[in-house]
Design a protein around this ligand. Structure first.
Ligand SMILES: Nc1ncnc2c1ncn2[C@@H]1O[C@H](COP(=O)(O)OP(=O)(O)OP(=O)(O)O)[C@@H](O)[C@H]1O
Ligand SMILES: [Mg+2]
Length: 327
C-alpha cells in the first residue's frame, strides 16, 4: 500500500459567533496516500470547505482549529509556527477554488501570475516564464503563448480555471486540494478539467482531495470517498464499496436521491428535511430527525466511528450491533 501523505485525526474547528459557538468540524479523521484521490461529499454547510482550509491552516476568523492533528509527510502542521507553515502552502500543498477570480489577480496578465508562482522557488525570470508557458500547455490552455499575455477578464471561465490550476500545480505540490473545482463550469469543460486533474495525479503522483456536491464527479475521479454530515464524517470507504453497499442511512439516501440537476450533475439536495444548525445540534446522532431507520438510542447518544476494515468506517447505531455482523 502507498505511504500515507496526509493523516488528519480528530480535527475540531469552531467558529465563535454572536449566536454562540458553531462546531463546523467535529472529530474528523481521514488519510490520503500518495497519488490517491479522496472525495469529500455532503450537503451545503456540513464542513467540507472548513476541513480543507484547516489543512492549510487558512480557516478564516472567527474560526479556530480547536483540536486534532494534521500530519503531512510525518509533520503535524498544527505544531508549526506561521513562518514554517508558509513553506508548505503553495509548495507542498496547493488549493484550487470554485471561483478562479478569487485566486487570480485582475491587474496582471495570466502568464505573469504563473511565472511569479514559479519564481517563488528562486527560479530566474526567463526560466520561470518558459516554465509558466509549459504549465499552461500542460493544463491545455488553447494558444498558451497568446493567452499568457491576456488578463483574467479576457479569458473564458474554463480558461481562467485552467490558468488557476496551472498556477497551483506550477510548483509541483504533493497534495492538491480542489474545492468544487468544476461547479461553475459547463458540463463539457467540467469533464475536461476532471480529466486534467486525473492526468496530473497519474503523471506526477500527486494526491488529490476533491470536494464536491456531485456524486458523478466522485464516481469519475475518486478512489475513496468521505461522506460528511453536520461537521462529522459519517461514512468513508472505497468509492465502489460505498456506492455498491452504503452503510449509513444518509449515504443510502444520497445515492437513492440522484435526480440530475440543471447542469446534468447528480445533486444532493433532494433529501427531505434540512441540515441541522451547527450551533444547536440535536442530541444524539445529528441525522436522527431525518432518518427513517432511527432507533431509540439515536436521539440520545451520538454513535462512535466504527472501523469495518482499514479505510472503511461508518458512524451509525444501525451498524455494528450483533444483527449487523450476522447479515
Ligand atoms: N466565517 C464563518 N463564520 C461563522 N460560521 C461559519 C463561517 N464559515 C463557515 N461557518 C460555519 O461552518 C459551517 C461549515 O461551513 P463550510 O463552508 O465548511 O461548509 P461546506 O460543506 O463547504 O458547504 P458548501 O457546500 O455550501 O460549500 C457552516 O454551516 C457555517 O455554520
Ligand atoms: Mg464549501
Amino acid at each position: 500500500m502507498a505511504a500515507k501523505l496526509l493523516e488528519v485525526s480528530g480535527l475540531e474547528v469552531q467558529f465563535d459567533t454572536s449566536s454562540g459557538p458553531v462546531r463546523a468540524v467535529r472529530g474528523v479523521s481521514f488519510d490520503i496516500a500518495e497519488g490517491e484521490v479522496l472525495a469529500l461529499v455532503g450537503e451545503s454547510g456540513c464542513g467540507k470547505s472548513t476541513t480543507a482550509l484547516s489543512i492549510l491552516r487558512l480557516v478564516p476568523r472567527p474560526g479556530e482549529i480547536t483540536g486534532g492533528r494534521i500530519v503531512f509527510d510525518g509533520v503535524n502542521l498544527l505544531d508549526l509556527d506561521e513562518c514554517s507553515m508558509t513553506q508548505y502552502r503553495g509548495k507542498q500543498i496547493s488549493m484550487i477554488f470554485q471561483n478562479p477570480l478569487v485566486a487570480l489577480n485582475p491587474v496582471y496578465r495570466s502568464g505573469f501570475q504563473v511565472q511569479e508562482a514559479v519564481m517563488l522557488d528562486k527560479v530566474p525570470p526567463d526560466r520561470a516564464w518558459r516554465a509558466a508557458l509549459n504549465v499552461l500547455k500542460q493544463v491545455r490552455l488553447p494558444d498558451p503563448e497568446d493567452r499568457a499575455r491576456s488578463y483574467p477578464h479576457e479569458l473564458s471561465g474554463g480558461m481562467r480555471q485552467r490558468v488557476m490550476i496551472g498556477m497551483m500545480i506550477s510548483r509541483f505540490p504533493r497534495l492538491l486540494i480542489a474545492d468544487e473545482p468544476t461547479t461553475a463550469l459547463d458540463v463539457t469543460i467540467q469533464a475536461q478539467i476532471l480529466d486534467l486533474l486525473d492526468d496530473l495525479r497519474h503523471e506526477k503522483r500527486m494526491s488529490l482531495l476533491i470536494i464536491t456536491h456531485d456524486l458523478g464527479v466522485v464516481a469519475d475521479i475518486a478512489d475513496r470517498v468521505g461522506v460528511m454530515y453536520a461537521g462529522a464524517l459519517v461514512e468513508t470507504g472505497d468509492v465502489t464499496e460505498v456506492f455498491e453497499k452504503p452503510l449509513h442511512p444518509y449515504t443510502q439516501l444520497l445515492l437513492k436521491a440522484l435526480p440530475r440537476g440543471p447542469k446534468n450533475e447528480l445533486r444532493l439536495e433532494s433529501i427531505p428535511g434540512g441540515v441541522p444548525n451547527l450551533s444547536n445540534l440535536p442530541p444524539g446522532c445529528p441525522f436522527h430527525p431525518r432518518c427513517q431507520r432511527r432507533l431509540d438510542i439515536c436521539s440520545k447518544v451520538e454513535p462512535e466511528t466504527l472501523e469495518i476494515h482499514p479505510g472503511r468506517t461508518v458512524r451509525c447505531h444501525l451498524v455494528g450491533g450483533e444483527s449487523f455482523w450476522k447479515r
